[in-house]
Write a protein that binds this ligand. Structure first.
Ligand code: GTP
Ligand code: MG
Length: 617
């Protein structure tokens, strides 16, 4: 063979190929702790102990020779000698992550089966040791039929042995025909073999490592994984209602007590009404949902800290591919459960611009925590506290349904967008799973405190301000005797036009009135309704009744259901629109987002209302 001898580093992403390449050639390839760092071939020079130079090629990581992304395509072409201007590598150096042996052996077998002179670098031995794994390189060598050299690329351990093995392989390449191509196994066969080979090569593992591997077997099971995820989410929403009720009742009683005290202490008039009808009724009606927010986030934070959330993204990947997105969109969408704003910012990690735009456009459909008070107050007012099965509360079930409606809406929207406005194919997704960990109580409490604080600060700023402005607009001008105060007020008159528009979908005037200030923040809808009914109450006693009982007395069930459907879709949040403008550099996409979400909200609220009316609910 003429020219320089050559050898190529192949293996799964994040195995340490580039780290080995740098250590062997003195190059400075970028290495980083996530898969997909190297995306093109890079060549360097390695001098063998015999003094002969070899061209060493660093390749992008791949999971198989059936490429699913452009970087994997590069790997396949180079190895098969189809890469223009590149000779077929004589020697293949398979790099394995010793701590993820079973996973990495799947592709390794495919490489070895080519029958080319091959050397296996059993890399990251240090990580395996840290995990409590003791490996037997000889057993691995026997099973694979090629030399295996343990290495720690970043500490240059095992490099001399590896270079010696490469030299022997180059010598074999000269002889040619030493290694025989092996029969091609199918993917399931290779998976099974990988499991067996890994088992044979692992001398001992700690109980903890076994536990974690066992957990993954169940939680990531192709059939069981998703049902377990959904069952878990179901439990979360049950808990949001079941556990929060006593605390929410307590808070509500406290707000009522303060309101009573204020009424008793202050003389009747402007200030007293402002405090009781505006601040306490309005802001108080939102603050009582603090326990629910805290419970929801306790679950989310625990799932994140334990390492389960990354696995949920992994599970969702297939489903996301089905609608033209990848698992990479999962984390931004999941953050949107807290709030669409950090969710939309998190899309910066999505490389494909169309993937990213689609994710931004559907992020507001994920149920953000600002919607929780809206949902919760309507559910408390209209859905009985019944159980529909052993331990399954109807209220929690409805809440779960609303979250699912948001997710389904987002997926359908993505599907449609990917076929129309943001046309394109799904891009691949790879993700290394983090270690399982018991969440630390202190971190959990800090996280919860931060969430609670964000919620309370919103109540004390945006919601407080908007509610006071609304109260002023509702309270003036004063109604003539016999006339309704809301009818007579500025706010009442202002909302008249909107009331006509939303009347066909079953919304009454108070809802129309609530929709405008709720653009500032969704929770304001609750505060606004509470303030409106407090101002409108015929007497003190009616005014003091909680918002839920006011609603159940004044609204029909179809109206309440239509209101819920509206909030699943409506983009009632100016900050989300603003952040979309910033992230997409213009008004085109936020305008599009507003238009399609309001249309969906109107259509689904209307459908819900008229279906409910037709069913005689
Ligand atoms: N502890 C330890 N870390 C290693 C070892 N080898 C590589 N790493 C680290 O593992 C990470 C991945 O290494 P890379 O060399 O970028 O992996 P790669 O196989 O080139 O990955 P892609 O280019 O994505 O295919 C980096 O953070 C390295 O510092 C090792 O032997 N021990
Ligand atoms: Mg690399």
């Amino acid at each position: 063979m003429s020219g320089l001898r050559n050898a190529a580093l192949v293996g799964n992403p994040n195995a340490g190929k580039s780290a080995l390449f740098n250590a062997l050639t003195g190059a400075r390839q970028k290495i980083a702790n996530y898969p997909g760092v190297t995306v093109e071939r890079k060549a360097g020079r390695l001098v063998l102990p015999s003094g002969e130079p070899v061209e060493l090629i660093d390749l992008p990581g791949a999971y198989s020779f059936e490429p699913s992304s452009p970087d994997e395509e590069v790997t396949r072409k180079v190895v098969h000698g189809e890469f223009a201007g590149e000779a077929t590598p004589e020697v293949l150096i398979v790099v394995l992550d010793a701590a993820n042996l079973e996973q990495h052996l799947v592709f390794a077998q495919e490489v070895i089966a080519l029958g080319r002179p091959t050397v296996v670098a059993l890399n990251m031995i240090d990580m395996a040791e840290r995990d409590g794994l003791v490996l037997d390189p000889n057993a691995l060598e026997q099973a694979l039929g090629v030399p295996v050299v343990p290495t720690v690329a970043v500490r240059r351990r095992g490099l001399t042995e590896l270079v010696a093995a490469i030299q022997r392989a180059e010598a074999r390449a000269e002889g040619e025909g030493d290694d025989h191509p092996q029969p091609h196994l199918t993917l399931p066969e290779r998976r099974l073999a990988a499991a067996n080979i890994a088992k044979g090569a692992i001398l001992s593992e700690t109980a903890q490592h076994r536990l974690h591997a066992g957990l993954d077997k169940v939680l990531l099971h192709p059939w069981l994984g998703l049902p377990i995820l959904f069952a878990l989410l179901f439990v979360v929403f049950q808990a949001v209602f079941a556990w929060a009720t006593p605390f929410a009742d307590g808070l509500e009683a406290l707000v009522a007590l303060v309101s009573e005290q204020v009424s008793a202490l202050l003389p009747a008039g402007f200030v007293r009404d402002l405090i009781t009808e505006g601040v306490l009724a309005g802001v108080g009606s939102v603050v009582v949902f603090l326990p629910q927010i805290v419970i929801l986030f306790a679950f989310i934070l625990a799932m994140e800290a334990s390492g389960y959330m990354a696995r949920a993204a992994y599970l969702m990947d297939r489903m996301m591919q089905g609608v033209g997105l990848s698992g990479r969109s999962f984390i931004p969408l999941l953050s949107s459960v807290a709030c669409a704003i950090p969710g939309i910012m998190a899309t910066r990690s999505i490389a494909d611009p169309r993937d990213r735009l689609t994710t931004i456009l559907i992020a507001p459909l994920m149920t953000c925590s600002a919607r929780l008070p809206v949902y919760a107050v309507i559910i408390a007012a209209f859905i009985p506290q019944a159980t529909v099965g052993p331990g399954i509360g109807l209220q929690g079930l409805v809440l779960f349904g609303l979250y699912v409606a948001g997710i389904v809406g987002a997926m359908v929207a993505a599907l449609v967008l990917r076929r129309t406005v943001t046309k394109g194919a799904a891009s691949g997704f790879i993700m290394e799973l983090p270690r399982y960990q018991l969440p630390r109580l202190k971190d959990l409490l800090i996280g919860l405190w931060q969430r609670a604080w964000v919620f309370l600060r919103r109540a004390g700023t945006i919601i407080f301000t908007v509610t006071i402005v609304l109260w002023l607009l509702l309270s003036f001008p004063k109604a003539a005797p016999g006339e309704s105060q809301v009818d007579a007020s500025f706010a009442g008159q202002l909302s008249q036009g909107l009331a006509v528009v939303v009347q066909p979908i079953g919304f009454n005037r108070e809802i129309a009135l609530a929709l405008i200030p709720a653009m500032a923040a969704r929770e304001v809808a609750v505060a606004s309704l509470a303030t409106t009914y407090a101002v409108d109450a015929p007497d003190e006693e009616a005014a003091a009744a909680g918002l839920a009982s006011q609603l159940s007395a004044r609204w029909s069930l179809p109206t309440a259901l239509a209101f819920l459907a509206w909030f699943v879709f409506a983009p009632q949040c100016l900050s989300t629109i603003a952040v979309t403008r910033r992230e997409t550099n213009g008004w085109k996409w936020p305008a599009f987002m507003l238009a399609y979400l309001f249309s969906l909200a109107y259509i689904f609220a209307g459908l819900t209302y008229w279906t409910a009316v037709a069913l005689g609910l």
